[in-house]
Structure formats: structure tokens, C-alpha cells
Design a protein around this ligand. Sequence first.
Ligand SMILES: C[S@@+](CC[C@H](N)C(=O)[O-])C[C@H]1O[C@@H](n2cnc3c(N)ncnc32)[C@H](O)[C@@H]1O
Length: 273
Amino acid sequence: MKIETTKSTLNLIFHEDEIAKIKKDGLMTFKNANKKHFVNIMVDQMMKIYSSMADGDYANLFSAGNVIENEEGPHEYKSEINVIEKILETNKQYTDVIQQAKFNNFKWKGLKLLKDPFTLSIYQQLLQDLKPKTILEFGSGEGGSASWFADTTKSLGIHSRVITVDNKALIDLPNVESIQLDVNNINIYEFEKYESPMLVVEDCHANMQGIVKKMSSIMSPGDYLVIEDTIDPEKYDIFKSCDLTSFSRDSKYCDFWGKNNSWNYDSFLRKEK
Ligand SMILES: C[S@@+](CC[C@H](N)C(=O)[O-])C[C@H]1O[C@@H](n2cnc3c(N)ncnc32)[C@H](O)[C@@H]1O
């Protein structure tokens, strides 16, 4: 299927075999839907509408005149413009408002804490479940997140060692160890063997493939790796190009507030082997 968008339309162009599969399974499968996150959101919303419809009701969602029985493919189905406009408008407001607050107003002890509310509360749950002995964060920012990890684990009675890595000047925070390192040189850095359970957070937006490779070699089964901000389609593509074979997507955390409803799309990962 090919997805084409303009400002106010979403065109889904199906091929013969896909139409046959939709008819057989009663399901539409969208490969590579994450290429553009806003398209993905629209598709999710449309799937919700679609799944609630009775057999043959698709004509209500897709404009009349494009019938599935057309003999020659590819077939073009144009969704109703008002549906798409509404979805686009709602989701843009939703992400923009959170993004604004995240970058400008959200702080921990006066330090910027660059997490959306869903991610932060998912971490809160993950910390209680995992009880990490080590939290290793790539990308310190102002130190708000490392400080929040240290304070939250302490208040939960979990003894965690919190280490934050950044290429900028070292951060001096209580109960936080700081490493100054450009992650592009991660291979020449000798990481010690940290104690498990371990939570590793990638939030520096650099050399993700190198970080995943390196961490995967020092992490143990049951440890967690979170690649942040994969809501960004470019970051999602890099994420998908990493060698994730030793990890599994943990749906408990990925889908905690609804399917992929956080800034970390498919990227709460459990180390399996
Ligand atoms: C988004 S901020 C981290 C925000 C923080 N984790 C939080 O939640 O508040 C990204 C950080 O990654 C750091 N960074 C960028 N490129 C890097 C690199 N090549 N190596 C190490 N750190 C890098 C930046 O200096 C910046 O502090």
C-alpha cells in the first residue's frame, strides 16, 4: 500500500494482493506506517473507526465511487477530508502543547526535565518493577532527569547508582555520577561491568547504533534499554536500523497509557539474551 498525503487528504493506494488480504482477514496491515508519525497517528485513528464498523461499511470511511471490487489495480481510496482534518488538528495540538511545556516549563529542582508526562510516569512504574541497581543515562541536558532518577529511586527505597553521560562539561549533582564522553567515541571508552538490574536510557540523539551495540554487550537478560524520542520519524528510522535482536519490545511500558502513547515509540526494550 502506498500512502500519499496533502495538507487535507490522505490517500491509501492498495494493490490487488492487499485488497485480497483485507477481504480475507477483515484487517488492514500498514507496513512502514511509522515513516511519518503523523500519518501513523491518522492510520491508528482510522483503524479504530474501521474496527468498529460492520462488514462492508468501509464505504462510509472512504469516499463513494472507489469500490473494492474494481478489477484493475492499484486501487485508490480517498478518505473523507473532514475526518483527516479533524485528526490532524487534534494530534498537532496535542503534541505541540506537550512539546512546548516540556522544553519551557517542566523542571525538577530548577533543572529542565525533558520528558513528556507519559514517559515520566512510565519510568516511575518501571523503576518500581525493575528496582535497578544501575541507571545509565546517555544525554544529561541540565541534569534534571538524572537528578529525578536519583531522587525517585531514593524515595522508593531502591538503592540505584545513577550515572549520566554527556559530551558537555561534567554535572555536579547529589547522588549522580557524571561521565564526560562524546558517544561517537563510545567504542574507545572502557565501561565498567555495572550491576544488574540495569536501566539504560538513550537521550543524547547521537551514535544510537554505537550505543545500542555497546550496551547490548554489557547488559544482562532482564535489563532495560529505553531509546527516547522515537516519536520523531527520523529517530524512529535510525532506531529500526539498530541491531535489536537481543531485545524485545516491552508492551507493558510501550503501551502503558494506550498504544505507543508516549514519546518513545516501540522503544521500551527488555534485554532477552
Ligand atoms: C535532550 S538532552 C538530554 C535531556 C535529559 N536526558 C533530560 O531528560 O532532561 C541531550 C543531551 O545530549 C548531549 N549530547 C549531544 N550529542 C552528544 C554526544 N555526541 N555525546 C554525548 N552527549 C551528547 C547534549 O549535550 C545534551 O545535553
